[in-house]
Design a protein around this ligand. Structure first.
Ligand SMILES: O=C(O)c1cc(C(=O)O)c2c(n1)C(=O)C(=O)c1cc(C(=O)O)[nH]c1-2
Length: 230
């Protein structure tokens, strides 16, 4: 039996980055959003449904920490929880998302009630959190690497929403602005863990499968949102 040679670190990273072709930036609903083709109720539907992702991210990151015996990793990973939940005077990403909601005409209570969250979005997000709970922490870290592709999607929104959606107060877009540098920092750490841990060719291929699983979660969310707001 021949055993495939592992990819070099840089080739492995290139393979991971190639998976960006399947990122939800290319989903028809996101393409329409970016081109200014969505109605107000469709934008509101997306914001209300994505809130379910936002509020679950800290629980997902808490699950990774709960499974991780390495103090150095935990010291870095815990920042992600604070980024979303906030601390002291920093209101955090979840509150910034609520402000985005208000800017598109959704009451704070409408977001927090989660009454607009459709089943497909709930199932997809829950699958992500449950994955992080049950797999080795390095695999859960790997699943966060869709964030490699997120700065571009945030930048697109910052560039295009003010042009196409004049009815949205640009101050509401602060969440997207804040995520660009945070995502870059997160990816640097997540990639380092992934490149260090998945070293045999079989493990590297497993990492690509994990990344695809996460890409599918994001894609399935937009499928469900697109269907709910035709
Ligand atoms: O708006 C987006 O398209 C998008 C995508 C992703 C992603 O790729 O998972 C994240 C975010 N935003 C985001 O804001 C965020 O905080 C975040 C955390 C994570 C993660 O997997 O830990 N992904 C993402």
């Amino acid at each position: 039996m021949t055993v495939a040679v592992p990819w070099s670190r840089s080739e492995f990273e290139a393979q991971l980055r190639d998976r960006g072709a399947g990122y939800h930036i290319h989903h028809p609903f996101n393409v329409k959003m970016n081109e200014g083709l969505l109605r107000e109720d469709q934008i509101r539907g997306w914001v209300a449904n994505r809130f379910y992702y936002q509020v679950n991210i800290p629980q997902k990151d808490g699950a990774i920490i709960a499974n991780c015996p390495d103090r150095e990793t935990r010291r870095k990973w815990v920042r992600r929880i604070l980024d979303h939940d906030g601390w002291d005077d920093n209101e955090g990403g979840i509150e910034a998302w609520v402000r985005l909601g208000e800017a598109v005409g959704l009451a704070r209570e409408a977001l927090w009630s989660q009454r607009h969250v459709v089943p497909g979005v709930r199932f997809a997000v829950d699958a992500y959190v449950n994955f992080a709970r049950r797999v080795p922490w390095q695999e859960a870290v790997c699943s966060s690497l869709t964030e490699m592709f997120a700065p571009k999607i945030h930048k697109d929104r910052l560039a295009n929403w003010p042009i196409h959606y004049g009815w949205i107060d640009p101050a509401g877009l602060q969440y997207f602005r804040s995520r660009i540098s945070l995502a870059e920092r997160d990816v640097e750490h997540g990639l380092q863990v992934t490149l260090d841990h998945f070293t045999t060719r079989a493990q590297q291929e497993r990492a690509l499968e994990i990344l695809q699983f996460k890409l599918d979660i994001l894609w399935a969310m937009l499928d469900a949102i697109e269907k709910a707001y035709p």
